[in-house]
Design a protein around this ligand. Sequence first.
Ligand SMILES: Nc1ncnc2c1ncn2[C@@H]1O[C@H](COP(=O)(O)OP(=O)(O)OP(=O)(O)O)[C@@H](O)[C@H]1O
Ligand SMILES: [Mg+2]
Length: 466
Amino acid sequence: MNNRILIVDDEKDMLTLLDRIISEDTHYVGVTESHPEKALELFREEDFDVVMTDLKMPGMSGITLMEKIREIRPDVSVIILTAYATIETAVEATQKGADDYLTKPFRRERLLVTLDKAMKWQGIIRENRRLRKALQKMNDLSIIGSTPAMIKMFDRIRQVAPTSGTVLITGPSGTGKELVARAIHQNSGRRSKKLVTINCSAIMENMIESELFGHVKGAFTGAVTDKKGLVEEANGGTLFLDEIGDLKPGLQTRILRLLQEGEYRSVGSVITKKADLRFIAATNKNLEQAIREKTFREDLFYRLNVIRLEMPPLKNRAEDIPLLSYHFLNKHSGLNGKQIKGIAPSALQALAAREFPGNVRELENIIERGIIFCSDDTLTLSDLGLSVPAECLLPELNEGKNMMSFKDAKEETIRLFHEHYIRVLLKENAGNISKAAKIAGIQRQYLHRLMKESHIEPNEFRGTPT
Ligand SMILES: Nc1ncnc2c1ncn2[C@@H]1O[C@H](COP(=O)(O)OP(=O)(O)OP(=O)(O)O)[C@@H](O)[C@H]1O
Ligand SMILES: [Mg+2]
């Protein structure tokens, strides 16, 4: 579908000029209309990505038109056209929600850049909508993924969840093993009972009996009351043995016995109790290698390795990165009280191309940090603390009909560089212009000018954490 622009101006010459530039220099489709009321009708009936409207028109002002249009579609991009004399009103228009403004007479390049920016924003909104819809359709397992490896994993989880078979989940750190353990429990007949997690790397050797099985009053010094152990707490539910690969050899024997016998006795008690448990274990260690190195008991391994689920590293499912990124954007923008609409395509592109040794957890951390630093309504590369790859700095400059002249491409790249540099600079200096100018080694006045050119408000960064 071609991107469509509705152009509204009572001056017919202006409409003709804008329409000509759009058809000559872009692949967008321009539709012109000189009456704001008729334009509104048209907007109701047809799809437009961007509306460009004059500010002063008989019958209805550009601002009123914008407000009415936004009632129909709140996220349409609106660009206000105005004569130079009324630039204050144009600024006011952006404060009232216009995405941008153009002062007449305008330079052709300026118009094209403004339109490209608006279209790119519409692209973000569309991608945002698509991914949000995909997230809504996401499965009941609360695990995000749409790559073949993950779909296969979801099928396996659904198959094994209703059984009581012991599950061993392996895979690198941060790949979602704990999430899978929870999904299995939640989709089993044991969901109304507890999922109790034992962190095997943290458990103390001398306390294991009492931790697992509880104790009766007076069993040892300090046992002033009866205490339930984790096994009893999990009774009827699931016992999740996390980080099983870190379990000390002495404790391995104890866990093996629990797995084999299912019976236990609280410390200091003479009564044997039977535990009704489903076991799930997880580790990022290579247990087969640990067996060869004699640090992990082979018999325990075979007891655990009944149903094996191997979580793939994120690099084997990089196509899931955009979906996961949006999932974490939803999750954390809510938590941080921020309204962030989307992720810039260049940022998504950079994320998808990046390595994540810490897998999904690392991606989540990057998005969460980005949200904290984001001062706009879109997460950008600089919010995410990622460097800008050259191809991201040159957005669509080299695509088909849009191929710019060398001069224009250079100007546009410099403009992007200015904007990016200044945003990072001001963010780092919490909006302190004198300090920022000093660090950048430029005059304050020059910094002000650059900010104005990039539509960057000094207030935007005041008080931003550095
Ligand atoms: N597919 C996924 N969809 C949504 N969130 C995910 C996914 N995978 C991981 N996460 C999130 O990433 C974080 C790390 O996941 P989790 O704790 O399950 O990893 P792990 O494999 O147990 O790591 P470790 O080996 O370090 O314990 C969690 O916040 C989890 O919610
Ligand atoms: Mg874990």
